[in-house]
Design a protein around this ligand. Structure first.
Ligand SMILES: Cc1cc2nc3c(=O)[nH]c(=O)nc-3n(C[C@H](O)[C@H](O)[C@H](O)COP(=O)(O)O)c2cc1C
Length: 249
């Protein structure tokens, strides 16, 4: 038999309040600004937004919580839900975090780039991506909000699939949920290298020994809402049937 303790009741009430608030936002406030894209359109047009982040338009908490409520529907190993979502809008704190990012980005940029065939979509996009990434590195702290998604634990080689699989689907869902709301983000991880994860943990107070950071994400309304599908390697070129290397049935 299930007994509801006082603590459980309080927790359930808080949870109900949160989801009711999210529901109300979706039904009333949120829908006015909703782009009404199909699921396929959202999946095809959620790009890394860097140059089109609107640094001047504030992002209301409710919009972020609404997108997060959706993201939290993602699966986690053993339904653990060991995630914590750190949103930062304090300018001085954003400045310090984004300095770490910019320093690491400069190191990354000085390293040799991967090369592909001349007509490969990755070659054709490379200069544009680097230019856009440099812009983000130079302007990251102007984002109205930045997000650091965290997961309890530290991955090891054997369990890293299950570990990151319990955070990153939700992070991507969060980015997808921003898109129909007229907001955008960009997946970034460079702050984590060269001791940066520890530095940022210290700046924000994330318990470094017990939590891992998944990345650093700008959150802003986008300048315009028309985004296109990207050019990618075709599905046939990256799929295998029954045996590695067998491209069709
Ligand atoms: C794991 C991962 C790490 C990434 N790290 C960075 C990063 O540190 N900085 C950055 O500007 N973009 C980063 N990106 C974004 C990629 O550059 C981007 O997804 C890619 O160029 C394709 O562009 P699109 O997302 O607009 O389709 C990262 C993406 C992923 C999935």
């Amino acid at each position: 038999m299930h007994r509801t303790t006082g603590t459980t009741r309080r927790w359930d009430a808080a949870r109900c309040h949160d989801s009711c608030r999210a529901g109300r936002t979706r039904d009333t406030l949120g829908m006015a600004d909703h782009l009404n894209l199909s699921a396929d359109d959202v999946l095809m047009t959620t790009r890394s937004v860097r140059k089109r982040l609107d640094f001047d338009r504030p992002v209301p908490d409710d919009v972020i919580m609404d997108a997060l409520d959706i993201a939290l529907q993602s699966p986690t190993g053993s339904n653990r839900q060991g995630w914590q979502w750190v949103f930062i809008d304090d300018q001085a704190t954003k400045d310090r975090i984004c300095e770490v990012y910019a320093r690491n980005f400069a190191t990354y940029r000085s390293m040799p780039r991967a090369t592909y065939a001349e007509d490969d979509p990755r070659t054709l996009a490379a200069d544009r991506v680097v230019d856009s990434a440099q812009y983000l590195a130079d302007n990251f702290a102007k984002s109205p909000v930045v997000l650091i998604p965290c997961l309890e634990g530290k991955p090891d080689a054997a369990t890293s699939g299950a570990f990151w699989g319990s955070l990153l689907p939700a992070v991507w869902s969060f980015m997808l949920a921003l898109r129909p709301r007229g907001l955008g983000s960009a997946w970034t991880t460079l702050h984590l290298i060269n001791g940066g994860e520890q530095e940022v943990a210290d700046i924000v107070g994330i318990p470094f020994d017990t939590y891992s950071q998944g990345g650093l994400f700008p959150i802003a309304y986008t300048i315009g809402t028309d985004f296109k599908p990207a050019s990618r390697l075709p599905a046939r070129e990256v799929s295998h049937w029954n045996r590695w290397g067998q491209r069709s049935r």
